[in-house]
Design a protein around this ligand. Sequence first.
Ligand SMILES: C[S@@+](CC[C@H](N)C(=O)[O-])C[C@H]1O[C@@H](n2cnc3c(N)ncnc32)[C@H](O)[C@@H]1O
Length: 336
Amino acid sequence: MSFRSYKDKIEEGDTAILYLSNNLYAIDVQPEMKNKKGELIENVYQTPFGALKVKTLIGAEYGSRVELSKGWGHVLQPTPELWSLTLPHRTQIIYTPDISMIMLQLDLVPGSIVLEAGTGSGSLTHALIRRVRPHGHVHTFDFHEHRSKVAQEEFMEHGIADFVTAKHRDVLADGFGEELNGKADAVFLDLPSPWVGVPHALAAIKDQGGRFCSFSPCIEQVQRTCLALQEYGFQEISTMEVLQTEIKVSRRTVPVRDLSFLKQKSSTSPVEEKPSSETSYVVGTWPQSTPGHTGYLTVATQPPYARSKAKKSKPENDDDKSSSENGDKMVIDETV
Ligand SMILES: C[S@@+](CC[C@H](N)C(=O)[O-])C[C@H]1O[C@@H](n2cnc3c(N)ncnc32)[C@H](O)[C@@H]1O
């Protein structure tokens, strides 16, 4: 339950984050666990600094130091940021630098309705939930049934299931569902063919308009998505890449020249230059290598009433499948 609200003490059933020598581990705070034979045994979490009896965490304060058999660590309150760094990976995930930009670009506020596909490992979903709750809702979709089910179970375990609906659905083939037509403030796609989802996003976004964002590792995916967005009447289309650079703070000792001799008039009284002295400074140093590429974020605005201006028509020929692989295609009616 600890994802739902901040609290002082760890309770049974919480997910606690163990911070240990610059590494993070998510621990399900259950005093017992099942072994391979299905028998209940004491839950002992193994770390590089020895074993932790999980039951000793119950009642401990978040942020406090915990003893391990060969060292010690600290237990932290879980946040979407810490969860992204510790969650069990079922897919590639989106990390905090991209997530921050997605939140901003989707204009999300508490109360927003946001649609997401695919759910994947639920990394982004946790951040979306925190942003839109308590009155908003996240509808997240994945066509991989097991992933969708496990994500829903995690949302329940984390006490945030009432802010999210996880559905097993192929959104590119079947859209987001009739019941969500015109309901969304924002749509986010992290799928291999996001351009196919553009007409479904158009159908889902509210009459008063909304925002679209897709995450794609390859520029060819971006190109096709931009073309589809343009075709379906989206505006303010732009693509960006978020590259986080960490500046390391350290102490450096450097020789410093004494330049006081420059104040003297050399013609009247020439003075000797004093030797350099060593001085220690706190400095920021830039990384030697540049951060790696994760993906491009393509964002766009659906202007008000774009959906009602769009009408359904059949594609003119079978070769024209660049925007929809479903056959049906929506076009913007310029005359309205
Ligand atoms: C890269 S993962 C998403 C990761 C997620 N953004 C995160 O941060 O954890 C992509 C997911 O999209 C799902 N997917 C791919 N095509 C889909 C489709 N047509 N409809 C629904 N889900 C789809 C895959 O099953 C996969 O779980």
